[in-house]
Ligand binder design. Structure first.
Ligand SMILES: Nc1ncnc2c1ncn2[C@@H]1O[C@H](COP(=O)(O)OP(=O)(O)OP(=O)(O)O)[C@@H](O)[C@H]1O
Ligand SMILES: [Mg+2]
Length: 325
């Protein structure tokens, strides 16, 4: 909006004023050439910009792949090492980098074509207009002074036109670059807090699943059918079953990563679908199947779930896990 308000609008006004001026000088041929140049310039800019955007999109996708591969192989460094796949990862990364490099070159090339073409239209248009102006000057229809004035104004006209093309290019390019971001922003999370949801209030820690039905989607094999159980405060519950039977799913539902198809889950009598998600997750401790550590101190890792934990609390937790001395 700012670009349109502060740069494009004044430029359009300038073009209009100069056209009116030429009209009063009665140099019809010059006006005609200017009009035709402006039309060719605009059509060319729009058409070539679309072609250019397609090339740029390919470059952006290549760039995404490069960072994806880098993050992926670094995050899974242990797996990479288990399989001695360092060289494989390096090759894969180089391959993607090569693609990105090529795409960048093509983008630069398309940029060159875009600006060269615009320059060409402006230069040829200006030259032809000056030929007509000169003819009129020789015939005595305009004075030499007016000829010089026309030349000056043509410069003042094609300059802004060129800027206009530039701005159009900038906007177009930014829009292409932001496509993924804008699409992401349109997404609405499936699990949302109900309006004015209160925080979860835990006193004892009683957990109850009441007739819970759940599946991951229409085509998914994973589903829970009418699951009910209660865990009294201070008691342990072990869930045993074959792989894929839904043990981790029960944990995910307790943390409300998904909403249920039917049924309710209660913690201390409060339906977890009706409390703030963050307050629920803050109060549930979890030790996952595969443990990961942040690249920081043990203290930082142990205290991660409770940023305001004291050193004494962290030491106690470490001792409880047979970590501390
Ligand atoms: N995000 C998901 N989208 C679709 N289906 C899923 C998803 N996560 C798990 N599933 C499916 O749901 C079922 C239950 O998965 P879950 O991870 O709960 O099994 P599990 O009992 O924890 O298995 P394991 O003993 O291997 O840890 C499986 O069939 C699995 O393929
Ligand atoms: Mg599991």
């Amino acid at each position: 909006q700012q670009v349109i308000g502060f740069t494009i609008a004044p430029q359009v006004l300038q073009v209009l004023f100069i056209c009116i001026l030429f009209h009063r000088l009665q140099v019809g041929a010059v006006i005609a050439v200017v009009m035709v140049s402006v039309v060719i310039f605009s059509v060319y800019s729009v058409v070539v910009a679309q072609w250019k955007n397609r090339i740029r999109r390919v470059m952006n996708e290549a760039e995404n792949r490069v960072s994806e591969k880098a993050v992926d192989s670094l995050l899974n460094f242990e797996t990479v090492k288990y399989f001695g796949a360092e060289q494989f990862e390096v090759d894969r990364y180089s391959h993607n980098l090569g693609e990105y490099q090529e795409a960048t070159l093509r983008t630069q090339m398309s940029q060159g074509v875009y600006f060269t073409g615009q320059n060409f239209v402006v230069t040829i248009g200006g030259a032809i207009a000056m030929v007509f102006a000169s003819q009129q000057c020789f015939r005595g229809q305009i004075t030499v002074g007016e000829w010089v004035m026309i030349q000056g104004y043509l410069g003042a006209l094609f300059g802004p036109l060129y800027h206009l093309g530039n701005n159009y290019n900038t906007i177009n390019q930014s829009m292409t670059d932001m496509e993924n971001l804008l699409a992401l922003r349109e997404l609405v999370p499936e699990v949302r807090d109900v309006p004015a949801a209160p925080p979860l209030n835990i006193s004892e820690g009683r957990v109850e699943f009441r007739h819970v039905w759940f599946n991951y989607g229409k085509d998914s094999t994973g589903k829970l059918v009418d699951v009910s159980f209660q865990v009294e405060p201070g008691r342990f519950l072990a869930i045993v079953g074959p792989t894929g039977s839904g043990k981790s799913t029960i944990m995910r539902l307790l943390l409300r990563f998904y909403d249920l198809e039917r049924g309710e889950i209660f913690v201390d009598g409060q339906n977890i679908a009706h409390v703030q998600q963050t307050s629920l997750r803050k109060r549930v401790g979890i030790v996952a199947q595969d443990t990961v550590l942040f690249n920081d101190t043990l203290e930082y890792n142990i205290g991660y779930g409770k940023p305001d934990a004291t050193t004494a609390e962290i030491s106690a937790a470490a001792r409880a896990a047979q970590l501390g001395s």
